[in-house]
Design a protein around this ligand. Structure first.
Ligand code: NDP
Length: 490
């Protein structure tokens, strides 16, 4: 059994509480690792270590910061298989999916490593005589990075690469369910040559360790990925403490199929939107909006493909759908199946726990489809975060838009059509941070990602992200000194 300590000041550190908690493999149901539980003393030690490292790191030439990020990218590449396996052991997602993420991860460090020495201020042509004015971008200080369990290192890298490139130091709090990979990752930062204290990891429960970290007075910014409910709590406290905060939250994304779409491509897009990762992705296309004229034919093919999905061991390359990640998540998903049935939605596939071939442990849910859903039902309005699809019919483009936007969330949307004008109209009018047309679940380090409405605030990925971790300073230098009237503004 592997024991994981905290990671503070460039080395493993025993928790001062002397308490470790279990990390459970969702597929087998077995405890596979023990994770250190950080208390307020440990959090203070981690923040102090990040604070002590800040001046040195912020003062390191940006090209050198970039070189270290490049080196880290190469080391991640060499460790991709090992890290992917650890992630599968923690969250039960398919090895193929996690390995794909891990092999892609180095690009975040290369992209932001390349950006580190391209952060340029400006000389401003102000209207003041004999004054030279310029701007500089400066890092914030210690940033707290808090992540969800569904794609642990990918979600961390969405934050960490930009935060480090900008010159901040970090204290990471991964989900209690998937702490091991962040701790292994921190060791790779040492191998890459990052100075002590630039990257720290405190593990523990969200409502304890996470909350203590967010409230620490030396944390300058909180970057959070998780549910809208937790995000709201964090934003409320950050407001009281006047701390910066960015939030990547949940979604209930519409995947909209028009009658003129390539129907087979759209069927595959609908499947990938909800059954990939057992529906445990923030961008899940969990509302399938189908034009009434194609509803029945589309559903027949969708059911055929969904029924063929192989449920089982996430490490098996033939498996399409693994378990859900945690017991609370499993109970939540089953609860929504009952809610949908009571609301009058028609269950046309699945609808309960999966105990068939390939199942092990107690966390498998049948891939489930409800038809006859109306957009006011809870199954259409609330994030389930499981393999559960709500199918909603619509008449025309106007109705599709009205249904798609009638939701508190706005993370992503999919549109399937061959009509170019409609592609443009829909992409303009959908209230979501990402719109995919004739594709789904495409993500890149180069393209901004984030939510409208309750799906969050701030953006990750793309050049803009670096400014989430910088603050602007305006510098005024008099080019001629003169005694001026001190009682009026210059
Ligand atoms: P939670 O909100 O429960 O937890 C997210 C993180 O916050 C975890 O590390 C958790 O720790 C921690 N946490 C919990 N309570 C607090 C607190 N009071 N103060 C500080 N930290 C806290 O979300 P889940 O982990 O269940 O993740 C699923 C959610 O994440 C879904 O809503 C999903 O849509 C969203 N998500 C959003 C993404 C995006 O980019 N927009 C990407 C991926 C997921 P612990 O686990 O120990 O409780």
């Amino acid at each position: 059994m592997k024991h994981y300590d905290l990671f503070i000041g460039g080395a493993a550190a025993k928790p001062q509480s002397g308490v470790w908690f279990d990390s459970i493999n969702p597929y087998t149901g077995e405890v596979w690792a023990k994770i250190a539980k950080a208390d307020s003393n440990d959090v203070s030690a981690a923040v102090a270590s990040a604070k002590a490292a800040f001046e040195g790191w912020a003062g390191t030439h940006p090209s050198q910061r970039g070189r270290l990020l490049y080196k880290l990218a190469d080391i991640i590449e060499a460790n991709a298989e090992r890290l992917a396996e650890i992630e599968v052991r923690s969250n039960g997602k398919l090895y193929a999916e996690m390995l794909g993420q891990l092999r892609y991860l180095p690009q975040w460090y290369r992209y932001f490593g390349g950006l580190a020495d391209k952060i340029e201020g400006a000389v401003l042509p102000t209207d003041k005589a004999n004054i030279f004015n310029f701007t500089r971008y400066e890092p914030l200080g210690v940033v707290a990075l808090i992540t969800a369990w569904n794609s642990p290192l990918l979600l961390l890298s969405f934050k960490l690469a930009a935060a480090l490139a900008a010159g901040n130091t970090a204290v990471i709090k991964p989900s209690e369910f998937t702490s091991a990979s962040a701790l292994e990752f921190a060791e790779l930062c040492v191998q890459a040559g990052f100075p002590k204290g630039v990257v720290n990891v405190v593990t523990g429960l969200g409502a304890e360790t996470g909350q203590i970290l967010c409230r620490h007075p030396d944390v300058a910014k909180i970057s959070f990925t998780g549910s809208d409910a937790t995000g709201a709590k964090i934003a409320e406290q950050a407001g009281k403490d006047l701390k910066r905060v960015s939030l990547e939250l949940g979604g209930k994304s519409p995947n909209i199929v028009f009658e003129d779409a390539d129907q087979e491509a759209a069927v595959m897009g609908a499947i990938s939107g909800i059954f990939a990762a057992s529906g445990q992705t923030c961008i899940a296309g969990s509302r399938l909006l189908l034009q009434s004229t194609i509803h029945d034919k589309f559903m027949a093919r969708l059911l055929e493909v969904a029924r063929a999905a192989k449920v089982g061991d996430p490490m098996n390359p033939d498996t399409n759908v693994g378990p859900v990640a945690t017991e609370p998540q499993y109970k939540k998903v089953l609860g929504y199946l009952d809610i949908a049935k009571k609301e009058g939605a028609k269950c046309v596939l699945g609808g309960g726990p999966y105990t068939g071939p390939g199942a092990k442990g107690n966390l498998f849910v049948e891939p489930t489809i409800f038809t006859g859903v109306n957009n006011k039902m809870r199954i259409a309005q609330e994030e389930v975060f499981g393999p559960v699809l709500a199918v909603i019919p619509f008449k025309d483009e106007a109705e599709a838009l009205a249904i798609a936007n009638d939701i508190p969330f706005g993370l992503a949307a999919g549109v399937w059509t061959k009509d170019v004008g409609r592609m443009i109209r829909m992409s303009e009018k959908l209230r979501a941070g990402t719109v995919w047309v004739n594709t789904y679940r495409a993500i890149s380090y180069m393209s901004p990602f984030g939510g409208y409405k309750r799906s969050g605030m701030g953006r990750e990925n793309g050049q803009d992200e670096i400014y989430e971790y910088l603050q602007t300073k305006s510098v005024w230098i008099a080019t001629e000194t003169a005694a001026v009237n001190p009682f009026v503004m210059r």
